[in-house]
Structure formats: C-alpha cells, structure tokens
Design a protein around this ligand. Structure first.
Ligand code: F6R
Length: 622
C-alpha cells in the first residue's frame, strides 16, 4: 500500500533511494518518484509504471550512471522516494508522488489515506491553492505550506505538526523543504514507518528490509509521532511537540533473506522455504514433551471461562483462521467465530472480557486487522496475535504475540506465511486443549511429534512439483476453476482458490463439497476444471459422491490426497499424492501443491507472479 523511503547523509542519495524503492516495490507498483533539493530548488522526478522506468529516467537525466547503482553526480545527499498503490486517482504521472506545495518549496511523500481530504481541499482552494492531482496527498503539501507562512513563522517542524493536527486518517509521511536543505521530516499514524540509524547518515522507510543493507539499528516509530532527521541526528517527538526518548532495536536477520537467491520468482523461493519456516516456527517451542509458549497470558481458568474465541484476519491469514476454527473447536470444544477484519469492526461484535481474540497477520500492519484488534481490545478481550514481522504494530499492541518464523515474505501472494500461521494455530490449539484437560498427556505428545514430521512432508511435496507443473501446462487456458472440499479441505480450498485468482487472474470459487448442488453446480459444464483436496478420511465417501456429481456434468477433476487414499484415483481424472498426514494437520501440507498449481498457472499465462495486477503486499488502507 505504497512505500516510502528517505535518506540524509554523506553518501549519494539517489542510488540509495532507488534501491530502497526496489525493496518496497511489493507494497505498490503503479508509479514511483523521488524528490531532492538541488540549487535551492526541489527537483521532483516521477513517472507512472514500475521503478525500472523511474530508474531509466534518472539515468537519462544524468542522475544515475548506466548499468550500476553508482551515481553520475554526487551533490545530492538527501532525498525522499515513493512507490504507489493507487487509492485516490488513477495511476498517472500527475498522481504519482512526491507532491509539491503551491510554491514548490515543500514536498511530500505519503502512504495511507487522508480521510478528510475533501474538506481540506475545499478550504485550501478557497485560500487560493490550486491542485494538479486527484490525490489526497496533495492537500498535505499545501496544508504544510499554508501553516508555514500563515501561523508557523516559516518553521517547517511546527508547520508539519499543525498540518497533522488537522488531518484525519492514516499516514506515513516524508517531507522536504528548500528552506531547510539539511533536514528531513517524517511522521506516522496507522501506516508503518521505521527509522534507520547510521554513521553520519539516517534513513526512513516503510519497512526494515528496504534499509537493512545500510544499517541494522532501527528505531520503530509509533503512531502520532514526528521525526526530524539530519545526517548527524534523529529526534523523535509526539505530534504535540514533546521530545521522546526511545532506543533503537538491533536487527539480527539478514538482508539476503529478502533477495531472490537464484530463483526466478520470490514466490518459488518462498515456497521452497516452507519446510524450514515451519521447522523454525515449531521446533524451538517444543521442549521435553511440552509446548513452551513463553509468558502465555491465558490460564486454564481463563480459557475454560471463555464464552467463545474470535479469530480475526484478512485474505490468506483469514483462511489460516478458518483452519484454526476447525482445529480449536475440535480440540478445545469452545465455539470459534472467524471474521474478516473489515467486517468484524463494524458489526458491533459480541466481544467482552470473556472473549479470546486471535489476530493473524503476516505483516502485522494490515489496517483492517489492526483496527479490528483495537476494537476488540477496547471491549476488554484478551488478544493473542500470530504475526510474522517483528516489531510491527499488531505485535506491539497485542497482549501476546506468537511470531511465525517465516522470514521476510516478498512475493505479494502469501505462501510460507500461511504454513507457519497454521503451525502456530496448531501449537495454540494443542496447548490450550491440554491446559483445560480436553486432550490427554499422550495425545498432547503425539500431536507434537506429528507436527515435527510436517517439514519433511512438505519437502516431499516440493520434490514432486513437476507433476503439478505438468498439470498446469495442460490447464492454464481455463476460464474458471472450482475448488471443492469438506471440513478442513473446504478451509484449504478457500486459500487454494484465492492463490489461483490473485496471481493467474483465472476466475475461481471455493465451495463446500455438499453445497455446490444448491446452485453453483449450474456453472459446471464439459471440461470445467474442479480441484478437490481429499485429505479428510471420515468425509471421503461424501466427497466421492460430490465428485461424481460434477463429473456427470462434464467436469475434469484433479484430486489432492494422501498416499493411503487409493480410492481417489477411481473417481478423479488425475491425482496428486501428498504423504500420509494426520487429517487434522493435512492443510499445512496440502496447501503446498495448491500454491504450486497457482504458481505454474501464472507462469504459463505469462503473468507477473510476484507483483500481480491491482494488488500490494501490505494493505495499510481500509
Ligand atoms: C494473499 C495475501 C493477502 C494477505 C492479506 C493479509 O496472498 O497475501 O490476502 O494475506 O492482505 O495480510 P497480512 O497477513 O499481512 O495481514
């Protein structure tokens, strides 16, 4: 949802900005731009399209030298950059960031949404300001300029503060002003922002990997804070101007983890990392036959007293929650409600201090999820979060955070994060049900052993990926693909269908196996592809009937089942076998062939696998 980056220091700023933007491109890639001060003027270079186009423009203008990251000229030591995911106004050169103020002496990059921008735009228009873009961001540039001359005595820090006090909505901002050629200002509310602290250089960025090759000392910026950066100094203030002391955190993971490492696409690299990611999520939490969740805040009494458990998330993380519902209800016998975060918040949910809320988010920054979590917290619920990005907003605000050890996930389509979210759901369900005495010590230990076997099973699936590739090569021209399943296979089908549509642009729907005949089966015709996960032994007979129903209407069926399920081959046109996994744990293994299927369909169709159209990795607008 847009990425921003800023640099001030001794080095040449433009290669650093471009490299940072490339790292942030997953957040949005409709257009990009940079701004810097040169000869007392703000120079803005921006363009619709990918960052490659911006880079070519900078090279053509002599700001970067051809073929490498080295600068052609070295008098630019401070600048801000932006990569956009359009919200207000179509992707275009005019709507690209940075945006200049009326007199061109202040400029702004922004991630988020200014909710009262129409009122502000009207107010500024009445004061004589003109707008050249359709964006909500341009009002910020003008508003800062207005305060700069009207009531802030040409003090840029005070002007930014005054503007922020009038703005409603979410923002991560970077601001430059020609009157302060050595100083950069940034601010945050409900959109991620970090500061990188270096030696005679400082950075701002929407995420840590964007600047990790320059510094590992990271200051996490909280909501309603403003940062003033020079090359020697970083000062953090509240929006009311009170100086805040906060120590940076040291990041010990590697920037290489966020690079492709020889794979053609991040998505393939990330699927290949699933065994390791699941192992790293599970193994450190299993000690001497026990699941160790350090400082887990819920006692057996609190769990028993819970009226219900809400799982709240978006997209793929929501689908991980759907699996969690089956598992927790089965093992803990507590009702579980799974909610899409954007719906939860506005339906006056039945949540109080006897509710446990589980929040799932890879990024930890998804605004809908964050807002839902705050809503649940304000109603007194205990918040357990499952998050991948360390130090993200959700991880900081939840009562308890269980980190998934997936490592950076760059491809827009989530893969390894889902497997690790499921791993956490299982750990949580096993631990809670054992705590309240719903499973025996022996079952508790057996489940742990089974969880430890999962990485090897995923490895086996990955080794057989050529079978999925061949299947995709025969079907990538499909117009529409259905996924049907029962129980946990239905929960899995929803994720499989989402993965396929988001990266291959093929229409797809996921249906409970028994529900299709209540309407949707009308869409099945000769040659329609239907994919059926068949991992739930107890539901096999029913699923076989449902497969017969679609085949009788001409469907071609791909079954995804365990090695022991020999009956699948009798009813499916083709079968992909996964290792024999306990049905309760099956989705964490069976999702991988579904992800591979989506991947190869996208590759055969010639789509941009890692950056599918209209999407962005981190959705920080509502
Ligand atoms: C799909 C995908 C999205 C995210 C969703 C939530 O592949 O990645 O559906 O799962 O936007 O994101 P997080 O988990 O960061 O809250």
């Amino acid at each position: 949802m847009c990425g921003i980056v800023g640099y001030v220091g001794d080095k040449d700023a433009l290669p650093i900005l471009i490299r940072g933007l490339k790292g942030l491109e997953y957040r949005g890639y409709d257009s990009s731009g940079v701004a810097f001060i040169q000869n007392d003027n703000l120079k803005v270079i921006k363009k619709k399209g990918r960052i490659k186009i911006l880079e070519e423009m900078l090279t053509a203008d002599g700001y970067l030298s051809e073929g490498d990251d080295k600068p052609a000229q070295s008098d630019i030591h401070m600048g801000i950059g932006h990569t956009r995911w359009a919200t207000h106004g179509a992707p275009s050169d005019e709507n690209s960031h940075p945006h200049l103020s009326e007199n061109g002496r202040i400029c702004v990059v922004h991630n988020g949404i200014i909710e009262n921008y129409i009122e502000l735009r009207q107010l500024l228009t009445e004061k004589g300001y003109t707008f050249i873009s359709e964006t909500d961001t341009e009002v910020v540039a003008h508003l800062i300029e207005y305060h700069f001359y009207f009531d802030c005595n040409q003090d840029i820090f005070a002007s930014v503060r005054e503007a922020l006090l009038e703005i409603e909505g979410s923002y991560a901002l970077g601001v430059l002003c020609t009157d302060f050629p050595d100083l950069m200002i940034a601010a945050r509310k409900d959109s991620p922002l970090v500061v990188g602290i270096g030696d005679h250089e400082n950075f701002v960025a929407s995420d840590i990997p964007a600047i990790l090759s320059y510094t590992r000392e990271i200051l996490i910026v909280e909501d309603n804070e403003i940062i003033v950066l020079t090359k020697k100094d970083v000062k953090l203030y509240s929006v009311h101007g009170v100086l805040i002391q906060r120590d940076p955190i040291h990041i010990d993971w590697d920037s290489e983890a966020a690079e492709k490492g020889g794979y053609e696409h991040f998505m393939m690299k990330e699927m290949s990392e699933e065994p390791k990611a699941v192992r790293s999520t599970v193994a450190p939490r299993l000690r001497n036959g026990k699941i160790v969740l350090d400082q887990f805040p819920l006692s057996a009494e609190q769990i028993r007293a819970a009226r219900n458990i809400h799982i709240v998330a978006c997209g793929t993380a929501y689908h991980a929650g759907c699996v969690g519902k089956y598992v927790i209800e089965k093992l803990c016998r507590i009702p579980v409600i799974v909610d899409v975060a954007s719906e939860f918040r506005y339906r006056d949910p039945l949540v109080d201090n006897q509710t446990i809320v589980i929040i799932i988010s890879q990024s930890g920054e998804t605004l809908d999820t964050l807002a839902a979590m705050r809503e649940a917290k304000s109603r007194g619920a205990s918040i357990i979060s499952i998050v991948n990005v360390v130090g993200s907003s959700i991880s900081r605000e939840a009562d308890y955070v269980m980190y998934t050890a997936a490592g950076p996930e760059i491809a827009v389509a989530s893969t390894k994060a889902y497997n690790t979210q499921l791993a956490c759901m299982y750990l949580l369900a096993f631990e809670m049900s054992h705590l309240i005495g719903k499973i025996s010590d022996e079952e508790y230990r057996t489940y742990q052993d089974k969880l430890l076997e999962i990485p090897e099973m995923i490895e086996k699936v990955l080794e057989s990926r050529s079978e999925i590739q061949r299947f995709a090569s025969e079907h990538f021209n499909a117009d529409s693909i259905f996924f049907i399943g029962r129980g946990l296979d239905y929960a899995l089908s929803m994720e499989a269908s989402l993965k396929l549509k988001e990266i291959s642009y093929i229409h797809s729907e996921a249906y409970p196996g028994g529900e299709l005949k209540h309407g949707t089966i009308a869409l099945i015709e000769k040659g329609t592809l239907v994919v059926c996960p068949l991992t739930q032994d107890s539901l096999m007979d029913k699923m076989i009937s449902n497969i017969q129903e679609v085949r009788a209407r001409g469907a071609v069926v791909l079954g995804i089942t365990t090695e022991k399920q020999t009956r699948a081959s009798e009813v499916c046109d083709q079968v992909f076998y996964i290792p024999d996994v306990d049905p309760l744990l099956a989705p964490i293994v069976a999702v991988t062939p579904c992800q591979l299927f989506a991947y190869y369909m996208s590759v055969y169709k010639g789509c941009d696998v890692d950056k599918p159209r209209n999407l962005a990795k981190s959705v920080t607008v509502e």
